[in-house]
Ligand binder design. Structure first.
Ligand code: AMP
Ligand code: MG
Length: 313
């Protein structure tokens, strides 16, 4: 039975005990809820893949609690260091050359790189105080391919019977996953748009290149169908058709079932996106209004495109 405990010093201590014993705990982060396991423990890492039904070719992000710990696991170029200094702790994941054998090979999909992030979360500081430095691996705490969870209830709905504990700290403030950059020396490739808009990197990265979406397993994390509700998704919809729910953005005359942000605010829309997709997932088709592509709109449109993609199964 999965226990749901409110965020507190006591629940953080229990979480550390479970992680040390090789169990799985869902933790709230500034992006979405994550499913954590001790990154050094092969069996615990394999349990994550089993609980999520995640393909083993899709690698996991290693999460550290102190930015200084990154140097123990990856090779840090001056550009990578600068990005860590500016954006950590925060919703930025950096894919870098792996230098450590302390991370379970089960987490790495056979790659010679490691994705690292230092999240901004109350429990991270508490874990350090308890003498637990991690790293933990922590994908989003949803069934593989489904919509990411932004509340403890979403985690319970997806993974309820299979994990040991969920720490409940209400709704995640960003509501959309971290931005993932692959760093090769002084070059950066955007693997996944996310909670930090690409515009924010302009002062540090002169030519941020875009990775191409692919269905090939050799390019992890860029699977075409992902973040999917059960319903079909119709994008850039300007009207609501029969048997559809309508997800609006900004002021509109269309009779809407939910509005991601009445005032047209992209941060509010990102925060509401996954809750809305889950709540409206009772119909044949969810029709979704056009969303601007600037700022956080890039990440929102990326997720919507994948939610709408043919699952091919
Ligand atoms: P999630 O599973 O929701 O935490 O998302 C993590 C994302 O990071 C996935 O899209 C992974 O495929 C991607 N990722 C993790 N490690 C690597 C890596 N070494 N190289 C490229 N992408 C990675
Ligand atoms: Mg995920």
């Amino acid at each position: 039975m999965t226990r749901v405990l409110k965020s507190s010093a006591d629940s953080f201590k229990r979480a550390v005990d479970i992680l040390r014993a090789g169990g799985l705990v869902a933790l709230p982060t500034e992006t979405v809820y994550g499913l954590a396991a001790d990154a050094a423990n092969d069996d615990a890492v394999k349990k994550i893949y089993a609980a999520k039904g995640r393909p083993t070719h899709n690698p996991l992000i290693a999460h550290i609690f102190d930015p200084k710990d990154a140097e123990k696991f990856v090779d840090i170029s001056p550009l990578a260091q600068q990005l860590m200094d500016v954006f950590w702790p925060g919703p930025l994941t950096l894919v870098l050359p792996k230098t450590s054998e302390d991370i379970s090979l089960a987490a790495g999909a056979g790659l010679d790189t490691l994705a690292v992030r230092c999240p901004k979360a109350k429990w991270a500081k508490a874990f350090l105080k308890l003498g637990f430095r991690g790293p933990i691996v922590m994908p989003s705490a949803n069934r593989s391919g489904h919509v990411s969870p932004t509340t403890a209830q979403h985690v319970l709905d997806d993974l309820g019977k299979t994990i040991d504990m969920i720490i409940d700290d209400g709704e995640c403030p960003n509501g959309i996953e971290s931005t993932v950059l692959k760093i090769e020396g002084d070059k950066a490739i955007l693997l996944r748009p996310g909670a930090i808009p690409t515009e924010d990197f302009i002062p540090y990265i002169s030519d941020l290149r875009l990775a191409k979406t692919t269905a090939q397993p050799s390019a992890p994390g860029m699977l075409q169908s992902h973040y999917s509700p059960n319903a079909s998704v119709r994008l850039n919809a300007l009207e609501k058709r029969p048997y559809e729910s309508y997800l609006a953005f900004g002021p509109t005359d269309v009779k809407s079932d939910f509005n991601l942000s009445l005032k047209g605010d992209l941060a509010e829309a990102a925060r509401n996106l996954y809750s809305a997709l889950r709540a409206l997932d009772t119909v044949d088709t969810i029709a979704i209004a056009p969303i601007p592509r600037t700022g956080l709109g890039a990440a929102i449109n990326d997720r919507l495109k994948r939610a709408a993609a043919d699952k091919g199964t």
